[in-house]
Design a protein around this ligand. Structure first.
Ligand code: FES
Length: 101
């Protein structure tokens, strides 16, 4: 397992998200309160980009057709998506974020 430092323009505040490219893979990095999540950046239903989609509680909502995903495990909590988002380990170390693919 290899860890990659995320060089963000500015620290994320709660409810904020950004995308990052790691090993040619685009991931979505989200913060909810003091928790950070790294998930696949596209909806598993029809690959809609999630970077601008809203977060409610611990869920991200794909507004194209209404699917919702729990950021903690990527699992859909509302259809039409039935497959989970890929999730990746993420850690905050001395104020810097690291993601493992
Ligand atoms: S593309 Fe996300 S719900 Fe259809």
């Amino acid at each position: 397992m290899s860890w990659h430092h995320l060089a963000l323009q500015s620290p994320l505040v709660s409810g904020e998200k950004t995308t990052a490219i790691i090993e040619d893979k685009e991931i979505l990095v989200c913060r909810v309160d003091e928790h950070y999540f790294a998930v696949a950046s596209r909806c598993t239903h029809s690959a809609w980009p999630l970077a601008s989609e809203p977060i409610e509680g611990m869920e991200i909502i794909c507004t194209l057709h209404g699917a919702r995903f729990d950021l903690r495990d990527g699992c859909p909590t509302a259809g039409p998506a039935s497959r989970p988002l890929a999730t990746f380990p993420i850690e905050l170390r001395d104020g810097e974020l690291y993601v493992s693919l």
